[in-house]
Design a protein around this ligand. Structure first.
Ligand SMILES: C[S@@+](CC[C@H](N)C(=O)[O-])C[C@H]1O[C@@H](n2cnc3c(N)ncnc32)[C@H](O)[C@@H]1O
Length: 170
């Protein structure tokens, strides 16, 4: 199981970027998104995507993130520009355990860096939680997440030109 934990979500200001963290988590193969701050609007938006495009992706907001990290029994990673290179971590990280992937927004508390198994950098330059999550998950799953069939009611057919969308009736 892969869980993404989004820290430091600011309602209103981070609406779009946190929604994109959720869309990437779902599309790249994660099972759930946990958001530190309560935000029913983002839960509804992401659950609506799952209702149409399929899959069992879950979203919970307003969670006690310290408890989640402390009680996590699998492997925990924090995506940060200050971390070890992703390729080096992939060589030593166990992949058969439940995985908690933490991304920040504003300044991430120092306790997070100490609490996790790995602090992981997608390059040691400042960029974005959305990009960092996408690159990390693609490296982790070897691109496998992007070939997942979600068995949704709405199915997009890959096409060279234009858009092919089919409605799948139950
Ligand atoms: C826009 S950054 C702001 C980070 C914040 N200023 C800090 O010091 O923690 C938001 C998030 O993007 C992710 N991020 C940005 N650059 C990264 C990188 N090079 N590697 C991994 N994650 C990165 C981290 O999860 C970070 O918490």
């Amino acid at each position: 199981m892969i869980t993404v934990l989004r820290l430091g979500h600011r309602r209103g200001r981070d609406k779009r970027i946190t929604t994109h963290v959720g869309l990437v988590a779902r599309a790249f193969g994660a099972d759930e998104l946990l958001i530190s701050t309560k935000d029913g609007g983002i839960e509804d938006t992401l659950m609506d995507v799952s209702a149409r495009f399929g899959g069992e992706f879950r979203v919970k907001s307003g969670i006690k993130w310290r408890k989640v990290i402390q009680r996590w029994e699998g492997i925990s990673v924090h995506l940060t520009m200050y971390g070890e290179h992703v390729d080096d971590v992939m060589l030593k990280m166990q992949k058969d355990k439940d995985l908690l992937i933490i991304v920040g927004a504003e300044k991430v508390p120092p306790e997070v860096y100490k609490a996790v198994d790995f602090n992981v950098a997608m390059g040691n330059q400042p960029h974005s939680e959305v990009a960092a999550l996408a690159v990390f998950m693609d490296r982790l799953l070897g691109g496998g997440g992007l070939r997942k069939d979600f068995y949704g009611n709405v199915k997009i057919i890959p096409s060279k030109k234009g858009k092919k969308v089919v409605e799948v009736c139950d």
